[in-house]
Every structure is written in structure tokens, then in C-alpha cells.
Ligand binder design. Structure first.
Ligand code: DX5
Ligand code: ZN
Length: 221
């Protein structure tokens, strides 16, 4: 498997021409597409649902779609995103009454599953099911909005999560979401992350290819 993955978050894309903008980041070197689902309940913002995911597939986007559910409850939307063509589905453990059952819903459909921890949520919340996860997503901002600053103390948590994953001999992807930029991506990788969500840093750039290229170059150092 490819070591480092760049995952542009479509929260910062040009939403009125979403298909073209997503194709543009894929052509520019994006590895997976990060799809932020917000419900104005689990987080204080509202974005897009399964119909938009299905529309991207219909448009011809073939890259993996990494659905980050910031919704409560999760199970009904998990089923809808399975049908909508998601590749990964991750959710916050606080948002499901039965975390193991929700993970199994995703796994049974043959998709990749993951859990997401807010900055203030401890790694112990995922310990019992770590072996079931294809992805552990650590938030480096409080979820709800793009364009926030990376919270520095989350670097220690990334290091601790990398330690747990390696000590268990697992190949779980360790994804980081929030405030990831060209200026800090290398430090985040050194802490142990291998999958990098970037919304404003990529979609806000004039040249996607140059920006993703520079991110990959600093990861290769
Ligand atoms: C925040 C979302 C992020 C967000 C990241 O709730 O989960 O994926 O889009 O945006 P940037 O990269 O701008 O911090
Ligand atoms: Zn996200």
C-alpha cells in the first residue's frame, strides 16, 4: 500500500461546480477524496449527504471517497452512504450507542471503516476495537468548520496513536484532519500520521497540482 495519502476535503471546494473541482484535485494528485458530512446536531454546521456522494460517482469520480460522518445517530446514514458509493466511512464513537454494531454495518458491506476522535477525546475510546479499524482519524481541530488552526497538543496524541498501532502490529491508517498545511505536514508525518486531510490549504490554492506536489515532496524528505 502507498505510504502517504493526500485527502483534499471537499468542504472547501467550489460547491456549485463540485464535480469539476473534485476531478481537478484528482488530476492534480489527490489520492482520496475527503467528504465531510455535518448535520447541525453533532456539529453546528450543515453540509451534504449521500445524494451528493452518489452524484460524484455518477459524474465519473473513481477515486476512493472517504466519508467523515459528523452526524448523530450514524446507522441510517451509514446504510445510505454504502449505497451512494463511499469507500471509507468513519464516524465519531460518541455519536453511536453501539460502536461495534455500527462498525460491523460498514465492514459487512465490504467498505473500509474507521473511528474519529475529537481533540479532547482520549485514545482509550477506540482501544477495544482498534483491530477492526482500517482507519483511525484524529481531529486536529474541533469539527464543524474548515479553515481553523491546527491544535498543537494533538501532535502528542498522533505519536501515542502511532505507538498503539505499531505495538499491536496493525496496518490501520492514521489520518489527521484540521489545519493541515504545507508548513506543518512534515511535522505531522514525523509524529506518525500517514493520511492527510487538507481542505482550505488545497482548494484555497491557486494551483492544486503545485500545492499537492509540494505536500508530497515535503513528505518524501
Ligand atoms: C472539519 C472537517 C475537516 C475540514 C478541514 O470539521 O472535518 O475535514 O474540512 O479543513 P481545513 O483543512 O481547512 O482545516
Ligand atoms: Zn473531515
Amino acid at each position: 500500500a502507498q505510504k502517504f495519502l493526500i485527502a483534499p476535503s471537499i468542504l472547501s471546494a467550489d460547491l456549485a461546480r463540485l464535480g469539476d473541482d473534485v476531478q481537478a484535485v484528482v488530476d492534480a494528485g489527490a489520492d482520496i477524496i475527503h467528504f465531510d458530512v455535518m448535520d447541525n446536531h453533532y456539529v453546528p454546521n450543515l453540509t451534504f449527504g449521500p445524494a451528493i456522494c452518489a452524484a460524484l460517482r455518477k459524474y465519473g469520480i473513481t477515486a476512493p471517497i472517504d466519508v467523515h460522518l459528523m452526524v448523530e445517530p450514524v446507522d441510517a446514514l451509514i446504510e445510505q452512504f454504502i449505497d451512494a458509493g463511499a469507500s471509507y466511512i468513519t464516524f465519531h464513537p460518541e455519536a453511536s450507542k453501539h460502536v461495534d454494531r455500527s462498525l460491523e454495518l460498514i465492514r459487512a458491506a465490504g467498505l473500509k471503516c474507521g473511528l474519529v476522535l475529537n481533540p479532547g477525546s482520549p485514545l482509550s475510546m477506540v482501544e477495544q476495537v482498534l483491530h477492526k479499524l482500517d482507519m483511525l482519524l484524529l481531529m486536529s481541530v474541533n469539527p464543524g468548520f474548515g479553515g481553523q488552526s491546527f491544535i498543537p497538543y494533538t501532535l502528542d496524541k498522533i505519536r501515542a496513536a502511532r505507538g498503539l498501532i505499531d505495538a499491536s502490529g496493525l496496518e490501520t491508517r492514521l489520518e489527521v484532519d484540521g489545519g493541515v498545511k504545507l508548513s506543518n505536514i512534515q511535522a505531522i508525518a514525523e509524529a506518525g500520521a500517514d493520511t492527510f486531510v487538507a481542505g482550505s490549504a488545497i482548494f484555497g490554492a491557486a494551483d492544486y497540482q503545485e500545492t499537492i506536489g509540494q505536500m508530497k515532496a515535503s513528505l518524501a524528505k
